[in-house]
Write a protein that binds this ligand. Sequence first.
Ligand code: PNS
Length: 160
Amino acid sequence: MIKKAIYPGSFDPLTLGHMDIIERSSKIVNELVVGVLNNSAKNSLFSIEERVNMIKEMTSSLPNVTVGSFDGLLVDYMEEIGANIIIRGLRAVTDFEYELQIAQTNHVESPQVETIFLTTSLQYSYLSSTIVKEFASHGGDISKFVPASMVDRIYMKYKK
Ligand code: PNS
């Protein structure tokens, strides 16, 4: 019985690949929380407030999806919000080792926590926030990578 799940990540910025996982996983769980990592050590392009607000905007048509932010351990945040399932997207075999490590660590730390992996839709299997930032920083076309309303907001970050 899957009740409340979390889809955690940095989402800096949210890509169409992330949106795909959010839409698909929201259909298989009762409640989905998109959990944005507030990692102060990481130099992020968008502030935590900007990322949370953008994801809220992009998911407003999905009634069982909410957005929150956390710092510290994911399992601690999950306990706080009463979630027991972690959703992660797997793009390629290169993702697997890292994802396996995190999933197993989280499960050892909190045995009630399970991780469910969704394979990324084929058209987004190459996509990552890092690639989007790299492209945008050189003025490349990112319209196939991120939701339409985010394109200009990303370019703006690179305007001097
Ligand atoms: O989008 P990302 O950067 O691949 O997401 C990674 C994330 C946020 C899922 C992971 O770094 C995370 O959960 N960080 C919080 C600290 C934690 O609980 N780490 C997992 C145990 S090592």
